[in-house]
Design a protein around this ligand. Sequence first.
Ligand SMILES: [Zn+2]
Length: 405
Amino acid sequence: MAAHLTGSFQLMKSLNRSLILNIIRTSGAISRSEIAKQTGLTPPTVTNIVNELLDEELVLESRAGTSNGGRKPILLTIKSDSRYIIGVDVGVKKVRLALTNLNANVLQRKLLPMPHTQVLTTEQFLDFLQQAIDTFLTENVTQKKKIIGIGVAMHGIVDHEQGIAIHAPTLKLERVPVKQMLEQAFNLPVRVENDAKALALGEKWFGAGRDVDHFVCLNVGEGIGGGIILNDHLFHGNNSLAGEIGHTKIDFNGPTCSCGNNGCFQTLASGQAVKERAHNYIKQGKKTSLAEVDLKDLDGQLIYKCAEEGDEIAKKVLEETGAYLGFGLLNIIHFLNPSMVIIGGGVSKSGKWILEPAKAVIQSYSLSREAARTTIGVSELGDEGSLIGACTLVLSELFSHTHSK
Ligand SMILES: [Zn+2]
């Protein structure tokens, strides 16, 4: 039965099945009668579907529950290693791959450099992606039969419904049919999403946003991407553009952005902005230990280290970046009023030096006391957040009975 279902993902998606699977997943362990109570389905319907799920080894029975004097009730739990997901995070310079179970626990991982980024054609990019996944599958051949889908997180604008990377500016690629090509190549369902949106979904399912209905997730790395969760669902907007907070204007006279406009939020508050700010102070001849470093080695981590060691310019660079980050966060808070903003990406690691000035801006300029109290959290999924998010794209289809808007 399990082998029969592998690859026929659609079969797993009947509404009641997903509903029951998700209740088992979110409760950890639950009895059949409790499922009937919570779903409003009749006990025979629950029994039938649970029998199917047991046959397919998607769930397990145990007697671990508490009893009221009599026999302990039989509880159902997800058999997390019964199926696997392949996640792929396509960055600007590297591609990460992971094999996870149904709890999004990473069992195998791989990191590959992106080849010749400046000259990659659509065909070369797709060939590279296919090869990378093919090799990874070969390396994990014993698990291959249990894989139910591939999730891909891509930078840039992604049409998640058609699985097309519409605009990947750093790779200089347009309208790449990622889903179509990978589904043909591997005969598995493929889901494609923007990396910051995938991160937001990952945080919703497995990270800092688990119990939060409305939040925004910011991926602050070389650029700034955003994912919006509203009413527990990823919000895409009219053309998959929602969340592109990195390109909102903060300063009309600011630095030129990769999008061609001036003073976008990401030109002032990203990892790239940290480097450029440091570079400018060095050019002005300011006294700093950063000036002794080879320019090509000047990165956020090093600037953070110098700030920790007491270098005043390094501190200033991070504090100024933090203030700009704060103004961007303030715009998000006033515009959407989320309960929480979760910060992921490299900048989230610079701790107090960036986040404290950002929080100070929010305190000083919020329109209300409630807005000032908006939680600013740090990603719980860390460096692999978008990768876990990519796997969650597939998991959310298996377990969700409603779809993202
Ligand atoms: Zn821009």
